[in-house]
Design a binder for this molecule. Sequence first.
Ligand SMILES: *Cc1c(COP(=O)(O)O)cnc(C)c1O
Length: 237
Amino acid sequence: MAAEARRTQVRAAVAEMRARIAAACTQAGRSADEVALVGVTKTRPATDADLLVELGVTDLGENRVDELAEKAGQVRSRPRWHHIGQLQTNKVRRLVAVPGLVAVHGVDRPKLVAALNRAVTDAGREPLPCYAQVDLDPRPDSGRGGVRPDDLAALADLIDAADALTLAGVMTVAPPAGDPDVAFGTLRDLAAAVRRRHPAAAGISAGMSGDFEVAIRHGATHVRVGALLLGERHARR
Ligand SMILES: *Cc1c(COP(=O)(O)O)cnc(C)c1O
């Protein structure tokens, strides 16, 4: 598609998303500036990332480190990058080296906490905000990552105790088979429990294209939206 037509299309999608976020906030009695929109650019070209930044969506999310590192080297703008999915420990150093990395949303095991803490320390960069990911899918191996709710407090304590990391809050991906209203309601309760122990950990990263309004109703501070902004995903290379 020609660049100008793409710009027109994405501009309209961003405007509609802003309006839907504002409406969901109003309904929930919240202020729209309590919710950050993270535009998910995975599988899309760096030109789409630049377009979003130009349209005011300066927080962008990627779930694969190699793709993120490559795209971060290609963009002409300066996105605030969020890593949003499952993260392998052997990719942590490459991730931490990405310019503009502002948060990691899928921290879900002690080994990953240790690897991130070491990598950030060695890189000499400022403490890295991390979200503790919780798995609300009752099936034994849901495959999306996250700790069981019973293990969330210990994971949060571990992140908080790591010198080079800060505990930003909690994150989840709603189970595909379940009711997002139930999942995000549970997440809100879990987030409140974490915040009682760690008052600064106020973030709730929840909600995607199909369920972000439900997440906002339950207190989400960061919604991670790809398809509604940029259209259906491109096939992986
Ligand atoms: C892909 C992805 C999203 C965005 O999903 P859309 O359906 O495209 O809005 C959000 N969070 C995570 C963890 C993802 O992997």
